[in-house]
Design a protein around this ligand. Sequence first.
Ligand SMILES: NC(=O)c1ccc[n+]([C@@H]2O[C@H](COP(=O)([O-])OP(=O)(O)OC[C@H]3O[C@@H](n4cnc5c(N)ncnc54)[C@H](OP(=O)(O)O)[C@@H]3O)[C@@H](O)[C@H]2O)c1
Length: 337
Amino acid sequence: MPKYANSQPVGFKNAIERVAIVGAGGTVGSHITAALLATGKHKVKALTRKDSSNKLPEGVLVAPIDYDDEATIVAALKGQQFFIITMAPTAPRETHSKLVQAAAKAGVPYVMPNGYGGDIDNIKLGEETLLGPVAKANRDEIERLNMQWITVCCGFWYDYSLAGGEARFGFDFDRRSLTIYDDGNTKNSVSTLSQVGRGVAKVLSLKELPDDENDKSLTLFGFLGKGVYIKSFVVRQNDIFESVKRVTGTTDVDWAITHETTKKRYEDGLAQVKSANMAGFSKMLYARAFYPDDPNDISAKAQNKLLCLPNESLDESTKAGIDMVKALQHRVDRMAA
Ligand SMILES: NC(=O)c1ccc[n+]([C@@H]2O[C@H](COP(=O)([O-])OP(=O)(O)OC[C@H]3O[C@@H](n4cnc5c(N)ncnc54)[C@H](OP(=O)(O)O)[C@@H]3O)[C@@H](O)[C@H]2O)c1
């Protein structure tokens, strides 16, 4: 049912001002938080484990929570209009559900669940990477609890994936080696972490509701129950390699190059995951996304223009990725999963 601002109770303000987030100090959450704060339109409350050592950005309201004490999460979420979850993939599976249940009890209307990946409508890709059914269950739980969701479909994070070791985009910067999947010519649409941050901030800075039935402008309401599709680039591994060489001032002879088929990498990675060796997960995930006949390319659905997102420089983003290598190497558990 369409809802309009002009039929809301007196005092209704047609904007999302109070935003809660889990992971404000995390990989993507820090970029989302920075972009939200930069708009000057939002008060951002960071829900964080009471014993967390993660550094939170300045300018957020800090709400320590205890996942074993629901009342702390409900209290932190009371009065919030929008709840963004950027939860570590290594967190216990039930953690997301604890947050969503607490949000319902606190009366939060809208939740952005964990996701930040491929096209939610590509069911086959979702199933074969094992991520789709988990994300769908998260969205279904939000609906069951009478809240509404908006999820982000952004493809791989370009800078993070470039920096994250051989299992991701094939690059090992310490060894100066590259594994090329198939012929290296399969395209993926990818987003920088900062573009994801900007995209989320744009959506949350829209009017919440149309003013009335004649108001056809873009609103947050129009995104409910859907993906927000974002991209920075559509790239082949070979394009990434060309950019890496430009940025590092290297040539082919400086790199040890091997080739492997995506099919073999996918099967090897999946076999590892099935034997509880999560080191195979990224290998399986990225190989599958680079399947030539069904790549992770959401560019046809990208809403960059609609959201007025800027064009970015591939080489600057490559440099940002290379600058992340050391930081990611310190996150040993995370990178191995
Ligand atoms: N598209 C891509 O390329 C890509 C890549 C990686 C991940 N993703 C997606 O993005 C989501 C967020 O990933 P991220 O890398 O941003 O996460 P992250 O930085 O690893 O973690 C985010 C937050 O999770 C909290 N956390 C960590 N361990 C926890 C635990 N054991 N129990 C409860 N909370 C815990 C921490 O918050 P506090 O310390 O403040 O409590 C942390 O800041 C992932 O789940 C995945 O769906 C997408």
